[in-house]
Write a protein that binds this ligand. Structure first.
Ligand SMILES: *Cc1c(COP(=O)(O)O)cnc(C)c1O
Length: 424
């Protein structure tokens, strides 16, 4: 597989190189040079998840990675299902939270860890990543104990849920976590600055594991196929998929699936009050506001770093940006949606509830709605309990970590301090 840097097309890399490097020059994102449609999508949809995903990824990676090796990587990464659940209102929830850290980021994080371990040279690797909550857990668990790979995770102090924090800041070993005095965008900016620092980059073998890394997105393509595979055959071409969006990696993966020939009618980009993209799609003005804290904190991003990939994909496929549905929900609307979902006997959490509510607003008569449930309700227990008056039980992994001591360091949002920490 050949990839190019969106900001500088003369920079071309293999898949293994893109996985190791994360970002290209000038902080440009890597993008596959070719996305050939799959030959027989109907037959693929009849296969089980691992088998089908191995074929999709093998098609994408081409000669670079032998098919049996792709199969091994997928089998090691995708160890849990992604069930499609039909609600009483006729819409479908794609549950992406049955992995070890109870969020969809397990798919990408685990596949990326497997790829890095497989493509590793003898050089030292340091994974540096910023998280608004769930990436941290997925990355920490996916890499925990992998030899020769150090992991450093930055997160906005006090702005992620205590349970999220417990899930990735209690591991120790090759996983170090830093609470930054600032918001998620500040954490993301520190990561970008680190990647701009050639000396630092070389010294510690910097690699990013956030949704910048193309391997994560390619893994995520696979569950869109899994969603459509579980729909009644007659409904497949009518599917509208609503995606709760923060950095827009998830939506990018959905659009790649469509480019590969998956029958999806259209997508809806669903955000919270950090609605840079919905406003952009309506007005044509790219005008990020200050990031605000919301109930759906994994989407508290006002400068989504995958957006250039969405535009590149639309441009290359001749898809008008206007065909992308979008919308935002305030916290008050999110609370209300969560309650109405509960009345339909479906226990959700704020991110999924936003996607469901926008589907309700924008779905046409002859369309079939699917919304992505990106996290387990217990992962947002504080807000879900308070809004619904429940006591959602903690699933095993959360219960185990919730009682362990936090091992995080604290740092101000200053690059010089982070740099010293990383070199120290
Ligand atoms: C990361 C995350 C999102 C946003 O996904 P993007 O790919 O960044 O758009 C949505 N919901 C949850 C629960 C998340 O953890």
């Amino acid at each position: 597989m050949n990839l190019y840097n969106i900001k500088d097309k003369s920079e071309q890399v293999s898949f293994a190189q893109a996985v190791r490097q994360g970002l290209g020059r000038e902080q440009g994102l890597f993008f596959p040079e070719r996305l050939e449609p799959l030959a027989d999508v109907d037959a693929l949809l009849d296969l089980p998840l691992v088998e089908r995903s191995a074929r999709i990824l093998s098609h994408l990676l081409g000669d670079e990675v032998p098919a049996p090796q792709v199969h091994e990587l997928v089998k090691a990464a995708f160890t849990f299902p992604a069930p499609l659940v039909k609600l009483k209102d006729g819409t479908y929830a794609l549950e992406l939270f049955h992995g070890p850290t109870l969020a969809f980021k397990d798919f990408g994080g685990r596949f990326m860890a497997q790829c890095l371990a497989a493509f590793r040279t003898n050089d030292k690797i340091t994974i540096l990543t910023a998280t608004s909550g769930d990436t941290g857990a997925a990355v920490a668990h996916a890499f925990f104990g992998l030899e020769g790979i150090e992991v450093v995770i930055l997160y906005p102090k006090g702005k992620i849920s205590p349970l999220q924090e417990a899930l990735f800041c209690t591991l120790g070993g090759n996983i170090r976590t830093i609470a930054i005095d600032g918001d998620f965008d500040a954490c993301q900016a520190l990561v970008k600055q680190s990647f701009d620092d050639e000396e630092l980059k070389k010294a510690i073998g910097l690699n990013s594991a956030n949704s910048i890394n193309i391997s994560r997105l390619l893994a995520q393509v696979c569950y869109y196929f899994e969603a459509v595979a579980q729909l009644p055959k007659a409904d497949r071409a009518k599917a509208v998929i609503s995606v709760p969006s923060g950095n827009f990696g998830n939506l990018t993966a959905g659009l790649i699936a469509k480019a590969l020939g998956l029958p999806v009618k259209r997508f809806i980009a669903a955000t919270n009050a950090n609605d840079t993209v919905p406003r952009y799609l309506k007005t044509g003005q790219w005008d990020p506001h200050q990031t605000v804290a919301t109930l759906s904190n994994a989407m508290d991003v006002s400068r989504p770093n995958n957006w250039p990939r969405v535009e590149e994909l639309c441009r290359r496929n001749g898809w008008a940006l206007e065909t992308l549905g979008s919308g935002m929900r305030s916290d008050a609307q999110t609370r209300d949606a969560l309650k109405r979902l509960h009345e339909l006997d479906y226990l959700c959490e704020p991110h999924g509830a936003i996607a469901w509510d926008l589907l309700g607003e924008q779905l046409a008569e002859d369309e079939v709605g699917v919304f992505l449930c990106t996290a387990h309700p217990a992962k947002f227990k504080e807000s879900v309990d308070e809004i619904l008056g429940l006591d959602v039980p903690l699933p095993g992994p959360l219960a185990k970590h919730a009682v362990l001591p936090l091992l995080s360091h604290n740092l101000p949002a200053e690059f010089a301090r982070l740099r010293a920490f990383l070199l120290g």
